[in-house]
Write a protein that binds this ligand. Structure first.
Ligand code: TUI
Length: 306
């Protein structure tokens, strides 16, 4: 459907997934995705042009729907005729027709089966079912529960995300009915991923209980590494801070983590699966390794059949 060799998407991580990372993933046979995050349209356009200069293969752009620049980014994407648009943290209905008219394949991230049904009804090409094991803005359901429910709810292809970082996870996702996977955390350790070295080191060192979820009180729960910042945020969340003050505490924290590696004030978004990420390697190797390992695992699956 998308003209990619391996069914492996790289999550469109805000401040992290730039044109260079997306191009490296697409060159490796997966689908690289530029994360628009909270950036203005001109900045994202620059990353699209960078990706186009580095690869002829298809790539995508993720629109973070809570962004104050979502409207202008959405229009710019149609203007640039980007091959694939993914969306996160909301309902992209109002942009759907514009993107379809521009020839984009629209693949929204959903955190529930009802949202998946709605996306199918308005013309989505596929959906990404993202479980709460993922990093960043998370839904209620786990990948294990969400993916088969979404597969039952829609006829369009389903890509699984959240808690997947190797071929076993990808093979399991196919068994749940998905036809591809999206990974974010695993790509944080890609050579071409331009985050602060401290961020990469923290991901590689992370253990199985290294992440926590904050922000539930404000209605947008976010999973990140359990740092001084996250613990303090959690304390204030259940303390006396007003909503606006709590909101202000989080503003800019992701950028401080990504660009400065600031362990005091930075918010290091990460999925639970960081515990499985062990080394820095080229993005193309990650794509191939996961896809090939999934095939190996599935070849061995006959042992479960009489
Ligand atoms: O969007 C993500 N992950 C993100 S966005 C982000 S930036 C941010 N920073 C602070 C607060 C909030 C966001 C960091 N990580 N993943 C995709 C995703 N989408 N997960 C869950 C959803 C989702 C949630 C509700 C999709 C649709 C939805 O619909 C609700 C509605 O009806 O509008």
């Amino acid at each position: 459907m998308l003209g990619i060799r391996y069914p492996v998407f790289q999550g469109g991580m805000a401040w992290v997934a730039d044109g260079k990372l997306a191009a490296a993933v697409s060159e490796g046979g997966g689908l690289g995705i530029i994360g628009a995050g909270n950036a203005p349209a001109d900045f994202v356009r620059g990353e699209i042009h960078k990706a186009k200069s580095l690869t002829d293969k298809p790539f995508g752009v993720n629109v973070m729907l809570l962004s104050p620049f979502a409207d202008e980014v959405a229009e710019m994407i149609a203007d640039e005729k980007v091959a694939v648009v993914t969306t996160g943290a909301g309902n992209p209905s109002k942009y759907m027709k514009m993107w379809q008219d521009a020839g984009c394949s629209v693949i929204p991230v959903v955190a529930s089966a009802s949202m998946a049904k709605l996306m199918q009804r308005i013309g989505a090409s596929a959906v990404i079912a993202e479980g709460g094991e993922s990093g960043g803005h998370v839904g209620e359901l786990t990948t294990m529960v969400l993916v088969p429910l979404v597969c039952d709810a829609v006829d369009i292809p389903v890509i699984a995300a959240g808690g997947i970082a190797d071929g076993r996870g990808a093979a399991a996702a196919y068994m749940l009915g998905a036809c591809g996977v999206q990974m974010g955390t695993r790509f944080l350790s890609a050579e071409e991923c331009n985050i602060h070295p401290t961020y990469k080191e923290k991901i590689i060192k992370a253990g199985d209980l290294a992440t926590m979820v904050t922000g539930k009180r404000l209605g947008h729960p976010v999973r990140s590494l359990r740092t001084a910042f996250a613990r303090n945020y959690m304390k204030e969340e259940y303390g006396g801070l007003a909503d606006e003050e709590l909101e202000a505490l989080g503003t800019g924290a992701l950028r401080l983590a990504v660009q400065n590696g600031d362990t005091e004030k930075g918010c290091f978004l990460s999925g639970q699966i960081a515990a499985m990420v062990e080394k820095v390697q080229p993005a193309a190797d990650i794509v191939r390794e996961v896809a090939e390992e999934a095939e190996e695992v599935l070849k061995g699956a006959a042992k479960w059949v009489k």
